[in-house]
Write a protein that binds this ligand. Sequence first.
Ligand SMILES: [Zn+2]
Length: 352
Amino acid sequence: MNRRSTEILPDDVVLESYVAIIDLREGDSPTHTIAGSVRIDRLDLGRMENLAPSPDAPILLYCGIGEASRVAVRSLTERGYTGFVSLLGGFRRWRSEDRPTVAADDATPDRYDRHVRLVGFGQEGQDRIRSASVLVLGAGGLGSPVIQYLAAAGVGTIAVVDGDTVDSTNLQRQVLFDESAIGANKVDAALESVRSLNSGVNVVPIATWLDSANAKHLFDGHDLIVDASDNYASRLAVNDAAAALGIPFIHGAAIRWEGLVAGFDPRVGPCYRCLFPDLPETEMTCSDVGVLGAVTGVIGSLMAVEAIKHIIDSPDRLIDRLITYDARSARFDSLKIRTSDSCPMGHESGSR
Ligand SMILES: [Zn+2]
């Protein structure tokens, strides 16, 4: 293997050129890090791969002295991930050469204070949030608040899947974007937006459309899926891939003056097909009948709440209930979702 292709001198590092920077140092939380880096266990190659939107995406790995990162890069390269490089001399050399570092947790140790002091959350909850990897499908009206709140909460890795570009009709509700984003890929604009919100979060932009053929591959390795897509075909693809992989997912939808949110954990409860076994004959869209922008904000925010409850393993997380919201009557309802005997997913007996 060509040594120069897998290791890099501090002098040659351009931090902005990497889609992710990974800190493999072991032990207690370090006081200083390279800006924007995420800490991952040196053996957790799957989590490192998840940060790569494509196998050749450039990602910088560093450890204390450059040895563990060199070994990890070799393994990743053998697994087909050719964009990973190891920082020669590790953090020790980087720092001894007076290169830029930031205090761990962005020099704002109190950043998550309001989470940590929350009963039922605490430092343990915040640690779970930090090590979580969540895939958000759709960076639209629902995805915008989901991505914003997950990023603000400090979710370690947020993969965003959307094949669309920003247009002027989006700005009425897709609060992740501003006028300067018109014409840009939504996932790239989302990355820019999150970077200024929380530089400690790794966003993996995936500019593609999800379908039943690629869903399992995209979801594999994530802890949670948030389905903020806008059509039934995507929702069924999400359900089937999440069920096959045993990954919980949050579902949400909004149209006109109304919306709904539900959470599913196919390992223990009903699934989306228990509610909607198959594609409907007709499908209403927001581009036909409209949607109140703030309604997508309400539903997207509920989805973010439920996503966080799943990550911290809250005992009250949504796994078999559907919450509906009607903005005109200002009314919420909650319905129990039952596992359907005729569900095409064929749930095992004994599941709820
Ligand atoms: Zn089902």
